[in-house]
Design a binder for this molecule. Structure first.
Ligand SMILES: [Zn+2]
Length: 99
């Protein structure tokens, strides 16, 4: 069992259906196909696990995948995290040269 390697995990978020999934970093690096969402097959997915330049988004540091049973609470959480990130993505889209 000496060749056993525990992989780093990466949590992905799909911006089309707002679901999350976890991939092995190793498998992702060696993938021959583009990463797509397993739920809706969208390519609009992004890895946010190793994100460390986005302050105030502490919820994302957790590797767990979760959901809320209360839709109102779920929306509040979504707005706090992915709503904010979507805004940042939109802003970044136009001026990538700045960072
Ligand atoms: Zn999706």
């Amino acid at each position: 069992m000496s060749s056993y390697v525990l992989d780093n995990l990466e949590k992905y978020h799909c911006f089309t259906c707002d679901k999350e999934f976890i991939l092995s970093e190793y498998q992702r690096e060696n993938a021959t196909e583009e990463i797509i969402c397993p739920y809706c097959h969208s390519k609009n997915v992004e890895d946010y696990v190793f994100m460390d330049d986005e302050d105030g988004l502490n919820d994302l540091g957790c590797m767990g995948i979760s959901h809320y049973t209360d839709p109102k609470e779920e929306f509040e959480c979504w707005a706090r995290t992915w709503g904010v990130i979507e805004e940042m993505r939109k802003k970044k889209g136009g001026n990538k040269a700045l960072k």
